[in-house]
Write a protein that binds this ligand. Structure first.
Ligand code: PLP
Length: 292
């Protein structure tokens, strides 16, 4: 069914829907698009939230999640899978079966458990146990933040030394590679643990209240970079730079923490005030030939 245009890498996100579109599926799809990938999505849960916090979580029935991912994987060749909020054990177990069936080269697991704002759980207790015992070993890389690394390992993480220790523990627990993200530290340092190597990546702390969806954006950017052929180390560096810029270019959308601006590269200055011709079809900037 081609029309001569080349299909970019197709990435699947399996995650929750956040109606503010700052985190979850919407953040993932914007991030994929910003990396010239086409994103498809399977919904694990519908959350009810505003920029001020998560109010409720409605998990999608596991059979419906299974039907979504099977339909997508039977139809398209997926260059990678990003897994975010799973809501509960039943959905986490559907995802494990799915990964066993298709054996994707690139699987990025963001072990989302609690939101920054609001006291709703994004993963239940049994789900967390399943992620720890079964799912993390099925991913090419996992991207816990500090609280998530604490939940998964039972360790206390206060600083970079703690992040390194938790990362190594997660490798011992079966993870193939771990990036513990340090956005919660004064200076955001990420720690990559892979095999016997431990590397730290320092970043600039961008002062912005609009950081909702940072974890989702980071893990999706890594998935896109891996699908584009980057090695994990380079993917981390590029994803970190991208997230930093997206925070720098963020803006407020409601009364609480706004989203990152994943689409900062698409920014166009509004035309100067005055009289404008309506652009001819094919002359409008949006219709410029795209290169993938
Ligand atoms: N809602 C959904 C659907 C999410 O996936 C996440 C995080 O992954 C959140 C809310 C919370 O995002 P944050 O903690 O960045 O505010």
């Amino acid at each position: 069914m081609g029309n001569g245009h080349q299909t970019p890498p197709i990435l699947l996100t399996v995650a929750g829907f956040d109606p503010t579109c700052g985190a979850g599926i919407a953040a993932d799809l914007k991030t994929f698009a910003a990396h010239n990938c086409y994103g498809v999505a399977a919904v694990t849960a519908l959350t009810v939230q505003s920029t001020q916090g998560v109010r409720a979580v409605h998990a999608i029935p596991a059979a419906t999640l299974r039907a979504q991912i099977d339909a997508l994987a039977e139809d398209a060749t997926l260059a990678g899978v990003k897994i975010g909020m799973l809501a509960n054990r039943a959905n986490a177990s559907v995802v494990a079966e799915f990964l066993d069936k298709y054996r994707f080269t690139h699987v990025v697991l963001d072990p989302v458990s609690r939101p920054t704002a609001g006291d709703a759980e994004l993963l239940d207790e049994a789900g967390l146990k399943f992620v720890r015992d079964e799912l993390l070993k099925r991913a090419s890389v996992i991207t816990p933040n500090i609280p998530e690394a604490e939940f998964l390992t039972g360790m206390e993480v206060k600083d970079v030394a703690g992040m390194k220790a938790a990362g190594q523990k997660l490798l011992e627990m079966g993870a193939r590679a771990v990036i513990v993200t340090g956005g919660h530290l004064d200076r955001p340092i990420d720690v990559l643990c892979e095999g016997t190597e431990i590397e730290t990546f320092g970043g600039d702390h961008v002062r912005s209240p609009n950081t909702h969806g940072t974890g989702c954006t980071f893990s999706s950017a890594i998935a896109a970079q891996l699908a584009g052929g980057q090695q994990l180390r380079e993917a981390v560096i590029l994803a970190k730079a991208y997230v930093t810029k997206a925070i720098e270019k963020s803006y407020q959308t409601g009364k609480g923490a706004g989203p990152l601006n994943q689409l900062f590269r698409f920014h166009q200055e509004p035309p100067a005030r005055g009289i404008h011709e309506v652009p001819q079809h094919g002359m409008h900037p949006a219709s410029e030939p795209a290169t993938h």
